[in-house]
Design a protein around this ligand. Structure first.
Ligand code: PXP
Length: 237
């Protein structure tokens, strides 16, 4: 089974634009689960322009599926994550000024840093996933850090999918065996949508989870949140 985790950063962005608590992230998270989401994801960035660090504990208190928190593991992020203890933490190599995540970790250069941060999270009972590009030596590096899963950065897959799906999936397909043989679970995320999700799933039968935000929330404007979550779940059957 591939779980659908709904990323609520866009909902937080709308909320923040008016300074009130509407839409309420907690209520939207509960509704996503009621409509079939199998997880909730948030990505608090240092400037808190989307989800805020103060959103994390209220979400942890109500999420009954899985809470996945993404972010760059600086000292502040680590403290907050260890306080909240989400089910999963996805480490992302974002620089504070980045608009959105656009590459995975260099697990060779940053090996010692990652190993230390992952060890700290795992001591606290948190499953750890590393955001990664589909490159063999980087995935081999993940296995040595002690992380539990990889999350494929699917931006390039999504960009190339419409012109050449076979070429778009090639590197992901070729490297997933390395992850599996090293005992790593496989997640995927970024720019996934109703058009490209089914093909990703068909080519990655061992896909554990996708986290989807932007396209899903945009689709919900036209189709409604309940219907949209149902359609994304259908693509993962
Ligand atoms: N995975 C990571 C690590 C991300 O940073 C994001 C965006 O916050 C996503 C997945 C979801 O991407 P999208 O919003 O394009 O679905």
């Amino acid at each position: 089974m591939t779980r659908l985790s709904v990323n609520l950063n866009k909902i937080a962005l709308i909320r923040n634009s008016r300074g009130s608590n509407y839409p309420d992230l907690v209520e939207v998270a509960k509704d996503c689960e009621r409509f079939g989401a199998q997880g909730v994801t948030v990505h608090p960035r240092p400037d808190e322009r989307h989800c805020k660090f103060s959103d994390l504990q209220p979400l942890k208190n109500i999420v009954t599926t899985e809470l996945n928190i993404e972010g760059f593991p600086n000292d502040h992020f680590m403290q907050e994550i260890i306080k909240v203890k989400p089910h999963q933490c996805t480490l992302v190599p974002d620089d504070p000024t980045q608009m959105t995540s656009d590459h995975g970790w260099d697990t060779v250069t940053h090996f010692d840093f990652l190993k230390e941060r992952i060890n700290e999270l795992k001591k606290n009972g948190i499953r750890v996933s590393l955001f990664i590009d589909p490159v063999a030596k980087l995935i081999e590096g993940v296995a040595k850090t002690g992380a539990d899963r990889i999350e494929y950065y699917t931006g390039p897959y999504a960009k190339n999918y419409s012109s050449d799906p076979t070429a778009a999936i090639r590197e992901i397909k070729e490297t997933c065996e390395i992850a599996i043989s090293n005992g790593l679970g496989i997640n995927a995320g970024h720019d996934l949508n109703l058009e490209n999700l089914k093909y990703l799933k068909e080519n990655l039968p061992r896909l554990d989870e996708v986290s989807i935000g932007h396209a899903l929330i945009c689709d919900a404007i036209y189709l409604g949140l309940e219907n949209t979550i149902r359609l994304y779940r259908n693509r993962l059957q």
